[in-house]
Ligand binder design. Structure first.
Ligand code: FES
Ligand code: FE
Length: 430
């Protein structure tokens, strides 16, 4: 037990007026809020760990983070996917330093303690020098108690009493299926993980992918000009574009234009799809909506772009820094040349130097760079677009709003504030 001062929680409701659509920008750069997020957001939410296709045989492993906690994800001897804190139980060195690989044991580089795939401490050099009651069973790796999968995506949660992943996703599953369930064989990731750093708070990225179609025509004007067959940019008045935005009370969000034909012809895999089959499999509304193109966030920090096949985690690295980890996702039964076309399309648009990706990061770091100013920090930010537009439309599951709306952003921050103000498992079980 630690002194309370180390875990002092503040009431964050004053920072978020989700009904009025006002956000206090201190939530992006205040170190005490960031520390509270580690305890009450990242230590208790379902966080994306890896894709099942990264594990083929026992001993395959991948290292990642849950919040700032380092994690080893591995397949044990029974082919179960398990996750452990990537920190040696002896003196705390990062146990596994490789990004990914295959092993039988995780052996520490400092004094040589080794742990097997089930996390058990197996070897302690010079064990005889320890007291008689030293019990290796008490020094296993710290295991993430909840690891669950949704259609190839593996998530972990530190909360023993967390609601099951599928319940936490709720209606979000329908929108995710437009990417994860097009192919009866499912999906797989191609190549490695692209990693890059951005100056900015993790929420700026997560919120934008949940709610913000509004920025597309302005921020990405030059990229859209390059992709447009006429070479002209988008029209300035765009609010009439038909589309929907999914608004989740669990903080998730997704937005997409709707079009009777799945319209996004620019993607190279367009001709590969059998749209009749997809309509039977996913339903007309999914093919004409979330499959067209779009953006989405699973609260708190997993986002994806269904058309580009980009899945990514916004790893928080302090209040002012994000490390983006992005994978290329493809349908498993695609022929190799189609997979490769999809991979190149992904890299050109939303790879680290993609024509769209660079525009977004630039805006987030510009918000962050000036947030330290005293006066700047006192001026609220506007999330009022589409207030009152949230409703059940009878077509798309859950509550939805218009394509151009801040509704999912308001819901993201409402959920954020709610769980920031609710004691987590480590506080309940004292
Ligand atoms: Fe790992 Fe000592 S810190 S064996
Ligand atoms: Fe963007």
């Amino acid at each position: 037990n630690r002194p309370e001062e180390l875990n002092r929680n503040m009431d964050v409701s004053t920072f978020v007026d989700s009904n009025g659509g006002l956000i206090d920008r201190a939530i992006y750069n205040e170190p005490a809020i960031y520390a509270q997020e580690q305890r009450r957001i990242f230590a208790r939410s379902w966080l994306f760990l890896a894709h099942t296709s990264q594990f083929k045989k026992p001993g395959d492993f991948f290292t990642t983070f849950m919040g700032e906690d380092p994690i080893i994800v591995t397949m044990d001897k029974t082919k179960k996917i398990r996750a452990y804190l990537n920190s040696c139980r002896h003196r705390g060195v990062r146990l596994c330093r490789a990004d990914a690989g295959a092993t039988k044991m995780f052996t520490c580089s400092y004094h040589g303690w080794s742990f097997d795939l089930a996390g058990a401490l197996k070897t302690v050099p010079n064990e005889k020098a320890y007291p008689e009651d030293f019990d290796k069973n008490k020094w296993s790796l710290i295991e993430v108690p909840n690891v669950q999968e949704y259609k190839g995506l593996i998530f972990g949660n530190w909360d023993h009493e967390a609601e099951p992943l599928e319940e936490a996703l709720g209606d979000m599953r329908y929108y995710m299926d437009a990417m994860l369930d097009r192919d009866p064989e499912g999906t797989e990731v191609m190549g490695g993980v692209m990693k890059w750093e951005l100056d900015g708070n993790w929420k700026l990225a997560a919120e934008q992918f949940a709610t913000d179609w509004y920025h597309v025509n302005m921020s990405h004007a030059s990229a859209l000009m390059v992709l447009s067959p006429t070479g002209k940019g988008p029209k300035p008045e765009i609010a009439a574009t038909p589309g929907r935005q999914f608004v989740s009370e669990n903080g998730h969000g997704a937005g997409f234009p709707t079009h009777p034909k799945s319209r996004f012809d620019a993607r190279p895999v367009h001709e590969y799809y059998d749209y009749e089959m997809l309509r039977e499999r996913l339903g007309d509304a999914a093919v004409e909506g979330p499959m067209t193109t779009g953006h989405a966030t699973v609260f708190p920090n997993f986002s994806y772009l269904p058309v580009n096949g980009s899945i990514r985690v916004w790893h928080p690295k302090g209040p002012n820094k994000i490390e983006v980890w992005a994978w290329v996702l493809v349908d498993k039964s695609m022929p190799d040349d189609v997979k490769d076309a999809q991979r190149l399309y992904n890299l050109r648009t939303f790879g680290p130097s993609g024509i769209f990706e660079a525009d977004d990061g630039e805006n987030w770091s510009e918000i962050q760079a000036i947030s330290g100013g005293f006066v700047t920090n006192r001026v609220p930010l506007n999330f009022q677009m589409g207030i009152g537009s949230e409703r059940e439309d009878g077509v798309y599951p859950g509550k939805t709003s218009e394509l151009y709306s801040d509704a999912a952003g308001r819901a993201f921050y409402k959920h954020w504030a709610k769980i920031m103000n609710t004691p987590a498992w480590h506080e309940r079980n004292k």
